[in-house]
Design a protein around this ligand. Sequence first.
Ligand SMILES: [Fe+2]
Length: 181
Amino acid sequence: MFNLDQFIESCKGKPASAVKELLAEAMRDPAGVKQALETVAQGKDIAGAKVGDMVYFRSPTLTILKAAVPPKFKTPPHNHNMWAVIGVCDGQENNTFYRRSGKTLEKAGGKDLKTGDTVVLGEDAVHAIENPSDRPMLAIHVYGGDFLDTSNRSVWNPFTFEEHPYDFKLIMDYARQIMAQ
Ligand SMILES: [Fe+2]
């Protein structure tokens, strides 16, 4: 049975490749991970995080959180400026990847994640995500830095690919615009 406290301890000081191995092992039982996340989530929100995110651990070099993405939700392209390891506990998360091209972005493939899948995003990754299903998507996210410190991060206009400083309100505005299409 997945133990969240043990998982947090074993992620400390590890590179993305080692965290990916730990998470892939845990995700052999995605329902067990989901259950552990939801049990702990009932009493704990150390960072006042937004949009269904519950932060279990936060330090300058490691953040571990639960991400809940509503049905049909889409984000604009954005970056994290730190590596990320993602494991889908329940549902589907489609990723579109981008690369910088001058002052704009070009598409660089994608990856559709389903229950039990894990993926590593490199430090310079730019991605947009979408939950295509009519059920919420629940994932565990591990970041190699302080995810809640959003300085030095960017969000891109999903229509023009113009880059802007990260702004949560702007992300939600763009999300509404893409979903209204
Ligand atoms: Fe992201």
